[in-house]
Design a protein around this ligand. Sequence first.
Ligand code: KG4
Ligand code: ZN
Length: 318
Amino acid sequence: MILGIETSCDETAAALLTGDGEVRASIVASQAELHARYGGVVPEVASRRHLELVLPVIREALATAEVDLPAVERIAVTRGPGLVGALLIGLSAAKAIAWARRLTLVPVDHLHGHVASLYLGPHPLEPPFLCLLASGGHTLLLDVQDRASFRRLGTTLDDAAGEAFDKGARLLGLGYPGGAAIDRLAREGDAEAFSFPVARVPGLDFSFSGVKTALLYTVRGLAPGELERRRADLAAGYQRAIVRALVERTREAARSTGARRIAVVGGVAANSELRAALGDAVLAPLAFCTDNAAMIASAGRYAEAVAYPDYLALDAYT
Ligand code: KG4
Ligand code: ZN
């Protein structure tokens, strides 16, 4: 049994995975409500909350899987990238549990974790494939040839796709985090009522700061009271622009690399319009798109383990 721990941002998560990738428990305690009043994640607030939640969440994962700690043979934990104070809480918990039982520890890269959400049972994906990783912190096109690694083909030059969703939601008065709120509201709107251009940058990179600015100017230009009435149309048009940019670049990357299969992971992979537009792709299961520890445990099956006591010296990275 592998215990996965994830505390890189504002989700405190623990999961138990069997050696062959079957999820026995995946507990995610979201701090979204706690940060909503600030309009974004406050790092110090997140760290303190992780500290309160990390052991209860691990206990709950063990209880859900109906196993005791001695059944755990391997511990996988997110080492970075993320908020350093938040990461250190999960890393310290993992070190303590591993050290007490002289287990090995597997430090996991959060991005590798997102990709590894595709390796979870019951229908794990076998590389090679082209992977679009779109989350709150990253927008990447990855060439995946094996389960232990990937090669970066493109990235965002400014905002991540999820960040664009979150900033757009804020402009529309939809609160934080905004991706899911825009997704819901867009269903009632006319995506063609407003058109938002997305910059096309050279190569296989992305840029989302322009579309956010375009939304800002459109919202500013509305007559008083108009925002309320046109909010769904604005959400639909804005979402359409981001999704189109993601889909176009992903298809271009598939063409230029000759990839036969496309996979989509990360929080933005939960978006219903993106899922429909890339219906021929392998989509990460909804429950494992946004941050969770099952994907970290999954990556922990392929990443390199560090022996006792060497891992005690491991640091987090941002
Ligand atoms: O992967 P994730 O949980 O955290 C990071 O590693 O960043 O991604 C969170 C991001 C947020 O920006 C959130 O707004 C976005 O994923 N998101 C969505 C949807 N659900 C979550 N964006 C668009 N549509 C959704 N349904
Ligand atoms: Zn993530």
